[in-house]
Design a protein around this ligand. Structure first.
Ligand code: C2E
Ligand code: CA
Ligand code: CA
Length: 472
């Protein structure tokens, strides 16, 4: 049997009366198959044959309506595989695909008939449980027990095309009852909770709670403000003195401040991380560089200030930009700053990948006179063999070691180690976060003769700093 399309045509004589009919059958098997395929592509994921995002959305809408009628809770479980990318990259896409198929099959065994298992794309799956209890607490417990079953099931070892693999999921859960939330909003909540599960160390489960949402909303508002701040020039550089063993001022570290129209002065720890995540660090970092170089030019004309160097913090993200070197050189050229008075502070986080590229960029800038300091030294994990190859000028002992240097022998030992290391690599060393004379004297005793910290000056606006500098 096969589907056919029948057409019948009348054949008429000269007078217009029908003489006979021509019937024609066309086999439309292929067309029907194509239709079905279009339908299934529209609603099912071709790899796992599970419902896709669209069908999931439809079913969620229906589930919301029926839970309003039945007054029973439902739950959405947002499931994301941990480190799936690693499996995919190391064992290849074929094995990755097999894993996704098997995860899909395993998920189906975790739920009751009538519940929905969908694949949203990539390594993201959603379970939709319906007809839980009429009581919120009980429903949460039911959803949790399904979630735990998923954790256990997905964590079982896999044998895929001869490879033994493992996988764990991170799961975000949210409950639903009626039309209070849209299906999009619910998915977003489950997704948010899933991110919390990732943050909590993966291979675990988290429920959505309103605080999570509040935190996300605050962050979104801050991001919008920050975007605006970059456009509206709401930043200001503060300067913190750096002194030598005799207490003579040798330079400053430029530290950015955000002058927020409502919140007032916002310290960098409240926005640098966000700026890095959103890419806003690029225009911001550029502004900082520009402002610091303009300051150098300004000082160069004043004998009492012309010897001072400015250290500028540069985020790893900023340094990794392809055009970073050209940008710095362009700023120097435009402002007329003396590159020998400019020092770039980098952190060890820069050294996690492509050290060769880092070395090449540093070398080029260095050839143009720019200096480098390795910030927060001792808190990251730079390999000593890299350290030897980086064209650095200075190591900066992190303030966390300076803080307890007098009471914690470990901190004292690390500080001492950094000082010796700097010496043997032919680098200078500066201690930051020096707050007391006793800390300063201890560091001096260990051979460190450059300091920065509240003992000498806090980071202050340029007008205050110039008064401070004149006092000597
Ligand atoms: P950092 O580069 O390690 O800067 C030193 C931080 O220690 C500054 O905090 C400074 O105010 C603080 N500090 C200085 N002396 C003392 C002291 O004696 N005691 C104590 N307890 N703290 C001291 P700040 O200005 O809040 O900056 C925090 C971080 O924000 C900086 O850490 C740096 O990582 C980042 N940052 C600041 N400005 C910029 C910038 O222009 N660009 C980038 N990418 N990051 C920046
Ligand atoms: Ca710094
Ligand atoms: Ca530092």
């Amino acid at each position: 049997m096969f589907p056919q399309w029948l057409t019948i045509t009348t054949v008429k004589d000269d007078s217009g009366s029908p003489t006979h009919y021509v019937a024609c059958f066309i086999d439309i098997t292929l067309r029907k198959a194509a239709e079905e395929q279009i339908n299934s592509l529209a609603f099912y994921d071709p790899l796992t044959l599970l419902p896709n995002r669209r069908l999931m959305g439809d079913r969620l809408k229906q589930a919301l309506a029926s839970s309003a009628r039945s007054e029973k809770y439902g739950a959405l479980l947002f499931i994301d595989l941990d480190n799936f990318k690693v499996t995919n990259d190391t064992l290849g896409h074929t094995v990755g695909d097999l894993m996704l198929q098997e995860v899909g099959q395993r998920l189906v065994t975790c739920v009751r008939e009538g519940d929905t298992v969908a694949r949203l794309g990539g390594d993201e799956f959603v379970l939709m449980l319906e007809g839980l209890s009429g009581n919120r607490r009980e429903s949460a417990a039911q959803a949790k027990s399904v979630g735990e079953k998923v954790l256990a099931t997905i964590s079982q070892p896999y044998l895929l095309a001869g490879h033994h693999c493992r996988s764990t999921p991170s799961i975000g859960v949210t409950l639903f009852t009626d039309h209070m939330e849209t299906s999009d909003e619910l998915l977003k909540r489950a997704d948010l909770a899933m991110y919390e599960a990732k943050k909590a160390g993966r291979n675990t489960l988290r429920f959505f709670d309103p605080e999570m949402q509040a935190a996300v909303a605050t962050r979104a508002a801050l991001e919008a403000d920050l975007r605006n701040a970059v456009l509206c020039d709401q930043f200001k550089l503060f300067y913190q003195a750096q002194v030598d063993g005799e207490g003579i001022l040798t330079g400053v570290e430029a530290l950015v401040r955000w002058i927020h129209p409502e919140r007032g002065l916002v310290p960098p720890r409240d926005f640098i991380g966000l700026a890095e995540e959103t890419g806003l660090i690029l225009p911001l970092g550029h502004w900082v560089l520009q402002a610091a170089c303009a300051q150098l030019t300004n000082w160069s004309l004043r004998p009492e200030m012309s010897q001072l160097a400015i250290s500028v913090n540069v985020s790893a993200h900023q340094f990794r930009q392809k055009e970073f070197v050209e940008q710095v050189l362009a700023v120097i050229a435009r402002t007329g700053a003396n590159p020998r008075r400019l020092k770039i502070e980098l952190t060890e986080s820069l050294l996690v990948d492509d050290v060769e590229a880092v070395i090449a960029k540093m070398t080029e800038l260095k050839a143009n006179g720019v200096g480098f300091s390795l910030d927060d030294f001792g808190t990251g994990y730079s390999s000593l063999s890299y350290l030897k190859r980086l064209p650095l000028d200075q190591l900066k002992i992190d303030q966390s070691f300076v803080r307890d240097i007098l009471v914690d022998p470990n901190d004292a030992a690390i500080a001492k180690m950094v000082i010796v290391l700097a010496e043997s690599l032919g680098l200078t060393v500066i201690a930051e976060g020096v707050e007391t004379q006793a800390q300063r004297d201890f560091l001096a005793g260990q051979g460190c003769h450059a300091y920065q910290g509240y003992l000498f000056s806090r980071p202050i606006p340029i007008e205050e700093f110039e008064i401070f500098a004149r006092r000597g």
